[in-house]
Every structure is written in structure tokens, then in C-alpha cells.
Ligand binder design. Structure first.
Ligand SMILES: *[C@@H]1O[C@H](CO)[C@@H](O)[C@H](O)[C@H]1NC(C)=O
Ligand SMILES: *[C@@H]1O[C@H](CO)[C@@H](O)[C@H](O)[C@H]1NC(C)=O
Ligand SMILES: *[C@@H]1O[C@H](CO)[C@@H](O)[C@H](O)[C@H]1NC(C)=O
Ligand SMILES: *[C@@H]1O[C@H](CO)[C@@H](O)[C@H](O)[C@H]1NC(C)=O
Length: 632
């Protein structure tokens, strides 16, 4: 079996067949993570099928992909370059991408996918050659693994033999087979926090897989810490250990690979029992890293674990013979971690008893719920589902982001590295402010673009996001004047936007109109019958009017009357009115008159106080117009 199903890695990585096979039910609980594969046409194959996500390449977690299934005429197993057969899967502009169907067998899964990718495929479906339950297509892990694995960027999936035959038949009869690959439900997204685990290893000398893991840890540390500090995720690191079968506890192998009398073992890093580091050294460092996490988590700073493991990788590599306690202590110290507490947490590796922390790790290896046993290293588990695909920052951030309930994903999920850029073209079909292009409802997310009215400078826009968005709430007038009319003349500005509430545009007093396109001046002298007292003379102005009184009288706008500057004497139609009332009902209105008089003098002093705020009292003859000049 040269194509490297998941079992392969499992056997060669761990202590050997002996120890691995002693793990109860390790293989049968291995869960294949499936994405949804849907054939939308022709009718003969229409339906949803199981497919197992390949453990390399980049699945589009959170997204979906549509394409046309293509079955090559030659090189049907995809073990050679398609170029040699003059075959290309490059789709023409505007046409659907090609999903290439290849047969299982003869070479590594990864090589088939790589060859198809080079020929322009957008995804690869590998048809199984035997009737069996689907397995995970893993990457080969032998020494000298070809470098192309790293360069696979397209997703791939294994499909059942019977489905493969139906696809071949449909394609063979010249039909266009439309296929949808959907990863949207590959990660459950129940709430606004994502729980995820990384099953990792401190060993830095296990070949390509370890190099990939180290590289990933360095890259992913940034987003991981942002997510953790923001409380968006709860991350837990895990380490796999194995136990030595009872009969071999005293053997040289188990003694060098295990601690706590054969209870916790790791494979020899160099696969050479007589030289270099032993499996035991790896178990001890793994235990230290677990303790770092425990301690950091207790002080509510779990992200320090990422600092420790990445610093340790850089400062204490096996290659430089620095993979030891002394170097580890240096790292602990530089991160301000208490070495004594770590040692206490680690316990005694020579004790013939359980280590509670490692015991917990062994228990956690056995699958729970939908997760399945962890047998591949490294393994990422997001919301209790095993992640499949390349361990690469962007792809993993995508998978974690797919674990948030829609619209609760944090900003890092919407950052430029994983966004889709669908807004660049025609603004994604979303609403856009015609006058200021950069106010738009289009938002790129890893799930594809969404049309959502924006929040600009603290002002929320409301609307359907496609055809309308309107600024609403406080501050809305600062943005493009809330879409309302505004104008200024002669140093005066008027606006139809009201900052309070979410009322739409309304012409200010002194104007009439729809408030959006236009507001027209009202001629108060004509239309409002303002300034009509005998002493008044009215002159309309833009947005208001001016009223002057004859003699040395003052015009009081609020009351539309002329009053004496001194305030002691008033002459207006109102006064005449009061004289008549008093004359007719003197006795009855006596008390009322006193009350009214006192109110009047109170008002006069109020009026003077108000006027004093706007002008020096000695130049009262020119009453400036301060009516409703501009809404703040
Ligand atoms: C993979 O990509 C790297 C960097 O882009 C390149 O140097 C390398 O040659 C590629 N490997 C193969 C097999 O194409
Ligand atoms: C880390 O801390 C959180 C909250 O304090 C807790 O729920 C979680 O179980 C802890 N994890 C471990 C591995 O101790
Ligand atoms: C839009 O662009 C203008 C000028 O380039 C800038 O002043 C303004 O702040 C931008 N607005 C937003 C919401 O980015
Ligand atoms: C603002 O809009 C909401 C709903 O969009 C409405 O219920 C509310 O009455 C509005 N308030 C004002 C002051 O118009």
C-alpha cells in the first residue's frame, strides 16, 4: 500500500507495532472528517455523497466551491505529470473550475493531487478502488519526503468506489457533471467561542512533519494569542504518550523511551536507541510544556504557552544539543515562570506511580463524542472535530473562524490574510455611498462577501445593505450630513439633518421642502403673518426675517411684539387687550391682574438676561437674528 493511508504514519511514528497495537481500539475509533459533496447535475448522479477530506492541501473551511468533474483520458491514476500526456485542466475565464477525478493506486495520494494541481485542477476527487469505509488520505511521512507536499494548495477528497464508477459513467457519456464541495458544516459553529486543541510534540527531529509543525507554531502564534487574549477561543495543548506493555517494562527500549516505569513513552527522536536523545527526553519536555500551560492557565494567561514553546524551539533545538532541562529553565526564567512550581507540577519521572497530568493526556487521546481517537501527529481539533488539511496559518485561522456562530467572528477572521476580496468587483453588489466611495456596505469575510450597513466613525448605518443604508443615531449628521439638504449663504448655514433620534431629514424652521434635495426659504412676512404689529416693519431674509420697530422700541421675536427698551412700559395690541379685560371684569380679575403683573416683570428681566447673552445692552437697537442658525 504505497498511497499512505492514515495507519502508516501511526505505526512508524510511535514506539513500534508492539506499543501501538497495545492501545485498545486505536484504529477502529479513528474518525474520518467528511465534507459534503453534492452533485447538482445530471439527474442520474444527483445527490449528496460522503467524501473524506485529504490531510494535505487547503480545504476551504467555512466556504464552498462549485466545479465540473473531469476524468482524464490518460494517466488516470495521476501518478505522472499530466503535461506529458498533453492534458490540462486549466479552466477558461468565466467557466467553472475543474474537479479532477483520479483513480486510487500506484502512488501516493499527495502525488496525484500535486500532479493535478500543476495541470490546473481546482480540486481532486480520488475514487477508491475497493469497497470499504472511507479513510483519510494522509501525506507520506518517510524520510526524504518530496517537497511538493508543502506546495499543495488545492483541496482533495477520497470518494467511495461505487460513486467513482457512477461519476466515470456520467462523464464518459458526455454529460456535464456539476459538483459542489461544501465545508461549511465541516466545523460545528454553535456559539461565539471556539474550543480547540492542538496535539503536538516538542520533538524537533522527526522529519518533514516536525518541520511543518514547528513552522506552523511560529506562524500561528500571533493569531492564536490574539484569539486567546480576546476571549474568543479556549485553546488547550495536548501531547500523545504511549505505554510500554507490561512484559517489556524492564527492557532496554522501554527504559530509554519511557518514564514512570513504562507508563509514559515517546519514540526515539533519531530512531536509534543507542545514541542521541531518547524518547524519555521527549516525554519529559512534553510534560514540562504541559505544566507551563497549566501554570499559565491558572494565572489566566494561557497564551504564555505559545511564547514558551516557540522560544524553546528556537533556543533549545536537538540539533544544537540544547534540548535539555538547563536550556528549558533559561526559557522559563526569561518568561517569568516559576521554575519551582513547574518542577512540582512535573513530579518524579522515576516514580513507579501514575503522573496525574500525563494520565489525563492518555485518557484524552481516546475519542469523545464526534471527535474520534487522536492518532496522527500533529492533530488540530476544532469544536471537537478533527481538522484535516495542511497545518498552515491561513487555513487553520479559516477553520477556527468557521467555528464561530455567524456574525460573532472576531476581527482576525476578517483580516486581509483570509478575506476573499469580492468587494473589489462592482462593490460586491452592495450599497455604496455615491458621494464618498469609501463608505460601503460590502465586507469581505472568510465566508465570502456580506452586504451589511457599515459603522463609520461611530455612526451606525441602517438599511438592507444592498440598496439602502442610512446613517442613524447620534453623530449621523457628521457623515455626509446624514444624506440631508444643507446650504449656506452670507455666512449662515442651515441643515435639514437632526442629530437626535433617527428621524429622517426635516427642513429647519424658516424653510419648507422635502429636506433631502431642497429646502426653500419661507417668506415669514407674507406667509406666517409675522411682524404685523402697528409699530413693526417686516423684511424677509434667507431662512428667517427681520423685524424692526418704530421709535426706540425693541422687537421681541418670541412674542412678536415691540417693547420699550427700558421694559417699564409696553405698547402693543396685547396691552390694549388687557385694558379691555380689566375694564370688563375688574373685581373678578383683580387678583389675577396682580399675578400677571408679577409674571410680566419676571419675563422682562428674563428677556433682558437672554438678550445680554447675545449683545451688549447699550447697542440694543440692532437685534441680530439668532434664530435657529444651525443645528449643532
Ligand atoms: C515549492 O515551493 C517553493 C517555494 O515557492 C519552491 O522553492 C519549491 O521549488 C517548490 N517545490 C516544488 C516541488 O515545486
Ligand atoms: C484552563 O482554565 C480554564 C478557565 O479557568 C478552565 O476551564 C480549563 O479547564 C483550564 N484548562 C486546563 C487544561 O487546565
Ligand atoms: C474616505 O476617504 C476620505 C478621503 O480619502 C477620508 O477623509 C475619509 O476618512 C474616508 N472615510 C472612511 C470611512 O474611510
Ligand atoms: C427609530 O427607529 C426604530 C426602528 O428602526 C423605531 O422603533 C423608533 O421609533 C425610531 N425612533 C424615532 C425617534 O423615530
Amino acid at each position: 500500500m504505497a498511497d499512505s493511508g492514515s495507519g502508516f504514519w501511526f505505526h512508524s511514528f510511535f514506539l513500534g507495532i508492539l506499543v501501538a497495537s497495545s492501545l485498545p481500539g486505536a484504529m477502529c475509533r479513528f474518525v474520518v472528517e467528511k465534507n459534503s459533496l453534492r452533485v447538482t447535475s445530471p439527474d442520474s448522479v444527483k445527490g449528496t455523497y460522503d467524501s473524506a477530506i485529504g490531510n494535505f492541501g487547503i480545504p476551504q473551511y467555512g466556504g464552498s466551491m462549485a466545479g465540473v468533474a473531469v476524468y482524464p483520458k490518460d494517466n488516470r491514476k495521476g501518478c505522472q505529470e499530466f503535461d506529458k500526456f498533453g492534458i490540462s485542466f486549466q479552466s477558461k475565464p468565466g467557466s467553472l473550475p475543474s474537479f479532477v477525478l483520479v483513480d486510487r493506486g500506484d502512488c501516493f495520494f499527495a502525488l496525484k493531487v500535486w500532479n493535478a494541481q500543476k495541470a490546473g485542477a481546482s480540486a481532486v476527487l480520488v475514487a477508491d478502488d475497493t469497497d470499504e469505509a472511507l479513510i483519510t488520505m494522509d501525506s507520506p511521512e518517510e524520510e526524504g519526503t518530496p517537497s511538493y507536499i508543502e506546495n499543495i494548495t488545492i483541496p482533495s477528497a477520497l470518494i467511495e468506489k461505487e460513486f467513482g464508477e457512477r461519476l466515470r459513467k456520467a462523464i464518459g457519456s458526455g454529460e456535464m457533471v456539476n459538483v459542489n464541495l461544501d465545508w461549511r458544516e465541516a466545523v460545528p459553529h454553535p456559539d461565539d467561542r471556539v474550543e480547540y486543541e492542538l496535539w503536538t510534540n516538542s520533538n524537533d527531529e522527526c522529519g518533514v512533519k516536525c518541520d511543518m509543525l514547528l513552522e506552523f507554531m511560529k506562524d500561528f502564534k500571533g493569531p492564536a494569542q490574539i484569539l486567546e487574549k480576546g476571549g474568543y477561543t479556549q485553546f488547550t495543548p495536548h501531547y500523545i504518550t504511549w505505554y510500554c506493555p507490561q512484559a517489556f517494562v524492564l527492557s532496554k527500549q522501554c527504559k530509554s523511551q519511557c518514564i514512570n516505569h513504562g507508563r509514559y513513552c515517546a519514540p526515539d527522536p533519531e530512531q536509534d536507541f543507542s545514541s542521541g536523545y531518547d524518547g524519555k527526553d521527549v516525554v519529559i519536555e512534553n510534560l514540562r510544556q504541559l505544566c507551563v500551560f497549566r501554570l499559565a492557565n491558572e494565572t489566566s494567561k494561557p497564551w504564555i504557552w505559545w511564547d514558551y514553546v516557540t522560544d524553546f524551539q528556537i533556543r533549545c533545538p536537538m540539533k544544537e544539543k540544547k534540548y535539555n532541562k538547563e536550556c528549558a529553565d533559561g526559557v522559563l526564567k526569561s518568561l517569568g515562570l516559576d521554575i519551582k512550581k513547574i518542577e512540582k507540577c512535573m513530579g518524579d519521572p522515576n516514580a513507579d506511580s501514575d503522573n496525574p497530568i500525563l494520565k489525563e493526556e492518555q485518557d484524552a487521546q481516546i475519542g469523545k463524542g464526534s471527535r474520534g481517537d487522536v492518532t496522527i501527529l500533529p492533530t488540530l481539533v476544532v469544536n471537537n472535530r478533527q481538522y484535516r488539511g495542511k497545518l498552515e496559518k491561513g487555513a487553520v485561522v479559516k477553520a477556527i473562524c468557521a467555528g464561530f456562530q455567524e456574525a460573532t467572528e472576531p476581527a482576525v477572521c476578517l483580516s486581509s490574510e483570509i478575506e476573499t476580496n469580492e468587494c473589489l468587483e462592482n462593490n460586491g453588489g452592495c450599497w455604496q455611498d455615491k458621494t464618498a466611495n469609501n463608505i460601503t456596505a460590502c465586507k469581505d469575510t472568510f465566508r465570502g462577501r456580506v452586504c451589511e450597513c457599515p459603522l463609520v466613525g461611530g455612526v451606525q448605518f441602517k438599511g438592507d445593505g444592498y440598496t439602502t443604508c442610512e446613517a442613524s443615531g447620534p453623530g449621523r449628521c457628521q457623515i455626509n450630513n446624514g444624506g440631508c439638504w444643507q446650504d449656506s449663504r452670507d455666512g449662515r448655514s442651515y441643515s435639514a439633518c437632526l442629530d437626535v433620534g433617527n428621524t429622517t431629514c426635516k427642513c429647519p424652521p424658516g424653510f419648507k421642502g422635502d429636506g433631502v434635495k431642497s429646502c426653500e426659504d419661507i417668506d415669514e412676512c407674507e406667509e406666517k403673518k409675522a411682524c404685523q404689529c402697528p409699530e413693526c416693519s417686516c423684511k424677509d431674509t434667507w431662512g428667517s426675517y427681520e423685524c424692526t420697530c418704530s421709535g426706540d422700541l425693541l422687537y421681541m421675536k418670541d412674542h412678536d411684539i415691540c417693547i420699550s427698551k427700558t421694559g417699564a412700559e409696553t405698547r402693543s395690541s396685547w396691552t390694549a387687550f388687557w385694558v379691555i379685560v380689566i375694564g370688563l371684569a375688574m373685581a373678578a380679575a383683580g387678583g389675577y391682574l396682580i399675578y400677571k403683573y408679577r409674571l410680566r416683570s419676571y419675563m422682562d428681566s428674563e428677556i433682558r438676561a437672554i438678550m445680554a447673552q447675545y449683545m451688549p445692552l447699550d447697542s440694543q437697537s440692532e437685534v441680530p437674528n439668532h434664530f435657529n442658525e444651525q443645528h449643532p
